[in-house]
Design a protein around this ligand. Structure first.
Ligand SMILES: [Zn+2]
Length: 476
């Protein structure tokens, strides 16, 4: 926007930036209409536009003002340009949903075991799209069986789904495109690729800003805290700390269109380096394990050793024990923990109540059924936890009842049994099952995978960006 020479008396020019936009023709037609006020102004006798409303010979009230005298106003003056509305800098790309909508965006979904095309699309709220795909029997036949772990991409323009791609690996992909209101599909080779991408960045502002400047997609940035939560206090990251990630990028015809999992992430601060490697359990749980594989998560037990933490072991499991009441050899099929009457008894693992009631010498007893064919039994209770019934679900550590001396018992204690596949084993020494157990064989697999990813983290590239250290790029 420009102001024009004004050759009359002293005026104060007022311009509402951006709102007044003189037409080019006005340049030749400038004329001062108003000289009576030093606080008001006028521009020209030609048509002006204020917002969308044409204004003729108008008077504008002072908004932002600049004082001029006639002596000063002898030439065209430039005003600061309004911000360019179309600017998109790095900082504005944090949310990839805000990218140009006419171009659309790709969204990826990982096929789970037992997924069908219908269930996968229902999971991402695209059941209406399934109804359309269903009309083409080629598509439903081709995708009758989906591979667990495969990728289903869809392309969204505004609210419309224009394409779907089923990516199976080996660079094979089945592309379904919509034209004239219906979908058709075809297999392609080498058009869609999933590759490992590594990125390194140094904290100069914040995780979100610096990661974004390193050209890392927002969905990956959002997952960095999960990957490194064991090692990093994200409220206390420092200027100069370094992060690296290796993630899966999805390319269509050579162009990055989407991203998927973080495969590895590292954090380096004050000379300390932390690395996490992704590992997915058979049940689909995603873990980020320390790169050496000695992570506690691998060996986390699914059971507590005993149902009362602070209790005295009063009688061992003993298959040849002389019974204290009957004085005969009677196997003691559990372990006794003595505790005062009324002491809470805890479930030693997640499970379901299979029995709750009186049972001969056990007195008041609860049996819990656990996964893996395991049953635990808690005898001689004085009472049960209120509300607990056969079929109730319990969590590890939940109170299920209270210590007593019901049944064949010589004092207040809980008699605890551990059965595997119907056979009582020694609760004191039984090898407790683990959650998220990684077998020895799988651990070896993990370790070799971790070695590769760990090296990739160390050699991750720093992407040239504003404020980045360009020297690292040279000769790299
Ligand atoms: Zn006992």
């Amino acid at each position: 926007m420009r102001l024009y020479n004004i050759r009359s008396g002293e005026l104060e020019l007022t311009v509402n930036y951006g709102a007044v936009r003189p037409e080019p023709t006005q340049k030749k037609n400038r004329k001062i209409l108003n000289t009576w006020s030093s606080r008001l102004m006028l521009l020209t006798s030609g048509a002006l536009v204020v917002g969308n409303i044409p204004v003729y010979s108008s008077v504008q009230h002072v908004n932002e003002s600049t004082n001029f005298t006639s002596a000063h106003i002898t030439q065209e003056l430039s005003l600061p340009a309004a911000p360019i509305a179309t600017y998109t800098g790095y900082a504005q790309e944090l949310d990839d949903t805000s990218l140009a909508t006419e171009k659309g965006k790709w969204i990826s979904y990982t096929i789970k075991s037992k997924d069908t095309l219908a269930s996968a699309l229902a999971n991402i709220r695209l059941s209406n799209v399934y109804k359309e795909l269903e009309k083409n029997s080629d598509i439903t036949k081709t995708l009758a069986k989906l591979q667990s772990g495969a990728i289903l991409l869809h392309h969204k323009v505004g609210k419309k789904i224009t394409q779907l791609i089923y990516v199976t690996g080996n660079n094979k992909a089945y592309i379904m495109s919509r034209s004239n209101g219906s979908f058709s599909g075809e297999w392609t080779k080498d058009r869609v690729k999933v590759s490992k991408i590594d990125r390194l960045f140094t904290i100069k502002n914040s995780l979100a800003i610096d990661a974004s400047r390193a050209d890392i997609p927002s969905r990956i940035i959002a997952r960095i805290p999960k990957a490194l939560k064991k090692d990093v206090n994200f409220k206390k990251i420092h200027h100069g700390d370094k992060f690296a990630v290796v993630y899966e990028g999805i390319q269509l015809d050579g162009e990055n269109i989407s991203s998927r999992n973080i495969l590895a992430a590292s954090y380096q601060s004050k000379g300390k380096l932390f690395q996490r490697i992704r590992y997915v359990l058979n049940n689909g749980t995603e873990l980020f394990l320390s790169a050496d594989g000695n992570d506690a998560q691998i060996r986390k037990t699914a059971f507590d050793r005993k149902p009362i933490q602070r209790a005295r072991l009063s009688s061992h499991f003993n298959p040849r024990r002389r019974h204290p009441i009957f004085h005969t050899i009677r196997p003691h099929t559990g372990t006794d923990y003595a505790a005062p009457r009324g002491t809470p008894i805890h479930a030693t693992a997640d499970g379901v109540v299979r029995f709750r009631g009186r049972k001969g010498g056990y007195g008041n007893v609860i049996d819990l059924r656990h996964s893996g064919g395991i049953l635990t039994r808690y005898g001689h209770m004085s009472g049960y936890k209120k509300g607990l019934r056969v079929g109730s679900k319990v969590k590890r550590g939940d109170v299920i009842g209270y210590v007593g001396s019901t049944g064949n018992s010589t004092g207040n204690h809980v008699h605890y049994e551990f059965h595997i596949a119907g056979r009582a084993v020694n609760p004191e020494t039984v090898k407790l099952p683990t959650v998220g157990l990684i077998s020895k064989q799988e651990q070896r697999k993990f370790k070799s995978m971790a070695r590769i990813l760990s090296n990739e983290l160390k050699n991750a590239k720093q992407v040239a960006n504003i404020g980045a250290d360009f020297s690292q790029q040279i000769g790299g």
